[in-house]
Write a protein that binds this ligand. Structure first.
Ligand SMILES: NC(=[NH2+])NCCC[C@H](N)C(=O)O
Length: 329
């Protein structure tokens, strides 16, 4: 059978090279399990299927924490709270490792697909891709689409849970900074930051009060689940892409909990009612069709939650991943 051709990519120098990064971390979340998400996706054969159906060549980097700060969420003597933040050193180190790994691939113009992990890994992915895009395109900024039930834009001061998986957008945009007197997150520099004017949310339905305020104060474009029901996903995607414009590299950070729990039950923080699988796939297809997509995260698959329904969750994740790469699903 002839291999499926790929859509022309405007911003990738090596568009058939798919750099998969297995980010096996859960230290940003209050429960463990998401560190096993990447292996569940890889073992299900998603990437071998992509290689057999298309011209993509995949490489896989496995990265996980070891040593002092560990990857489990039990209280950890070496990693006491800072400004109330839980596991600050572990998450800072994890996101720095991820940032450097995705940067190295994106610098060479490859498509980077990072598998989480809890959503705190987004600090690493978005900063690494933003830095590579600035370097490759004379200071140009990255656009980010954040597909999620949650806004993940709490700062250490506003977070009700104090967990960093609820803060990645704040750290990647500079709204949250390295706490004075501590070295955590001090590796994030201006070259890593994203511009919240080039950022769109889709699927929101569980947003904290302080997050509502942050979104309004910063004029962030956000399409909630109510908006998706009111206008339809086709219209919402049209508006989101029109807002970002045609000539911009796009990173999509896709939390599997954006989908309704019917389609993605194995995740730590499911919220009904969410996107149907068809809507989730539509988002991916539209992004692929722009030719502007340079990176994707697929996070928060947790094999320890509803293990009997892990197959459904992994299948949904595989579909949104493949659709974003232009593979027929
Ligand atoms: N990546 C996630 N599942 N985030 C959930 C965040 C929940 C809540 N907003 C918090 O800050 O803790």
């Amino acid at each position: 059978m002839a291999k499926q051709a790929l859509t022309t990519s405007k911003f990738l120098a090596s568009p058939s090279h798919l750099a998969v990064v297995a980010a096996k971390y859960s230290c940003g979340a209050p429960i463990g399990g998401a560190e096993h998400g990447p292996d569940a996706l890889i073992d299900a054969g998603i990437f071998s299927e992509i290689e057999s159906k298309t011209k993509y060549k995949c490489t896989i980097d496995h990265i996980a924490q070891s040593g002092t700060f560990g990857n489990t969420n039990e209280a950890h003597d070496a990693d006491p709270d800072i400004n109330g933040m839980k596991r600050p050193r572990a998450v800072s180190l994890a996101s720095k490792q991820i940032s450097e790994c995705v940067y190295a691939h994106a610098r060479e113009g490859k498509f980077v697909m990072t598998l989480g992990g809890d959503h705190s890994i987004g600090i690493g992915t978005v900063t690494g891709i933003a830095r590579a895009i600035r370097e490759r395109f004379g200071g140009s900024e990255l656009s980010v689409l954040w597909i999620d039930a949650h806004a993940d834009i709490n700062t250490p001061e506003t977070s009700p849970s104090r967990r960093i998986h609820g803060m990645p957008v704040a750290f990647a945009s500079g709204l949250a900074q390295s706490p004075t007197g501590h070295s955590v997150f001090d590796w994030i520099t201006a070259s890593h930051l994203i511009n919240l004017k080039r950022f769109v949310y889709i699927g929101l339905r569980d947003v904290d009060e302080a997050e509502e305020r942050i979104i309004a104060e910063n004029g962030i474009k956000a399409y909630s689940m109510d908006d998706v029901r009111r206008y339809g996903i086709v219209k919402v995607m049209g508006l989101a892409l029109e807002y970002l414009g045609d000539e911009t590299p796009i990173h999509v950070s896709y939390d599997i909990d954006s989908l309704d729990p019917e389609w993605a039950p194995s995740t730590g923080f499911p919220v009904t009612p969410g996107l149907s699988l068809e809507e989730g796939i539509h988002i991916s297809r539209r992004l692929h069709a722009t030719g502007n997509l340079v990176a994707m995260d697929l996070v928060e698959v947790n094999p320890l939650v509803e293990p009997g329904k892990l197959g459904t969750t992994v299948k949904s994740a595989g579909s949104v991943i493949q659709a974003a790469l232009g593979v027929a699903v």
